[in-house]
Design a protein around this ligand. Sequence first.
Ligand code: ASP
Length: 522
Amino acid sequence: MQQHWKILVWLLGGVILGIAFQQLTAAPGYIGSSFSEGEAGTATVVVGNVSRNLKPKGRSDSEALQKGDVISRVILNAGMEDEVRLDKIENLSSLTDFLSEVGAGGVVSIILEDGTVRSSQVILDPQSDRSRWLYPFVFLADIFMRLLKMLIMPLVFTSIVTGVAGLGGGEDFGRLGRRTFGYYVTTSFLAVGLGLVLVNLIRPGEGAQLGLSTQAEFGQASENWLDILRRMVPENVFEAFTGNGNMLQVIFFALLFGFFITRAPEKPRKFLTELLDSAFQVVMLMASWVMKLVPYGVFCLLVKVVGETGFDIFIPLSTYMLTVFLALVIHAGVVLPILLRVVGGVSPLKWFRAMSPVLMTAFSTSSSSLTLPTTLNTLKKRGRVSTKTSSFVAPLGATVNMDGTALYECIGVVFLAQYYASTGDFDLTFGSQVTVVMAAFLASIGAAGIPSAGLIMMLTILSALKLPLEGAALLLAVDRPLDMCRTMVNVWSDTVGSAIVASKEGETGLGEFKDSATGEAA
Ligand code: ASP
């Protein structure tokens, strides 16, 4: 069986088994904290041990639930139709009774005495039957993810350095760089623009029953946009190599290192080029080996994701989700294919078929970086893109070019802004929409290629608009399926970019993807 069919069959098998687990076993929720009575005679309940940090996603540990915090209220699924509140906590058992009904997948918000909110998604109780059934799949999925993670840093470094060094530092480098970045910027802005148009046409936020209070927690400008640029320059390269989240720093160093190899005297130039090129070839061999595991890895990941998630939560946010899906479909199914055909002269359908293993890996892992080994391998073997082009365009794209994330940021923020505007507390001016466009573009560059990175970047945009960050906790509940889909669009755009750049570079390997009529016209 051809590999893409094999992956698809296993992927669907994973979804079916995940649904079976959903139907056959209960999913008790777990928030990871214990509670105890407060000081004698005060009728308060305080936080006991905290084994899982309950804090808004992407926020610092100081904002997590702490031992000894006094709890005043608890809300489950705040702002959604199935919201349940416990406004008066009479004693410890009233709280534990309430929490015992909480199922996995929802969002719990604990409101402390001083009004601060700690929200987080409720996870599946690790002691439950369902967790035990899922354990073998979770274990294997983790091993698969670790194998992919293991390859990211060596791949990014060796591929970019050999890519840039191979270009010789002269006009070739400049041209490829201009084409690549030109493509990234164009498609990201097209994506944000599309998101903005759709969210303004559909207006999912207007009149939505979100019940978020605007007095909650107002955003502080937590990040200066220039910080994204500042953080790109590593203070210590070796430190940068130690975290998969520091990809922009590694890319920055690799681009410079590759460039200066071309400027070095012959001896070190030859030595380093051969050394890194050999290392790259070996890492790519490892990537092809891991590729063989993709169908089974995808299967385990989907059993895990579907088995651990509740779907009821999606209903109240369905218009918002549909807006994001629609924008993703139009961008991936219309905008990018038009570019691919018109600018690259490549048949979108044939290219889609060739790249399908990449798309399915992206869908299951929710991570562009984890997909990179598959992307490079598939571009080379199935797409026949030269290493010179793919090793430059794909690793950069995995971190910098995120069209799906860009449009998602825009829709998510405007959705919340529409909601706050329709409840009368916020003015969604033209100026603020322009801010959203710029911020969504930058956020898509700054977001790491890891799961939920886009949601975390959204906090920054909400802060910039001075909108309460509480809204992002609501979007957390439905983030996983949207993340899977936007990651797929992110890497689809990277592969389309590779094809367009390869075609413009006059590569002949792409011949079989060109339908001659358009091929000649392009
Ligand atoms: N998960 C996405 C990616 O890796 C980033 C995001 O959360 O939007 O491409």
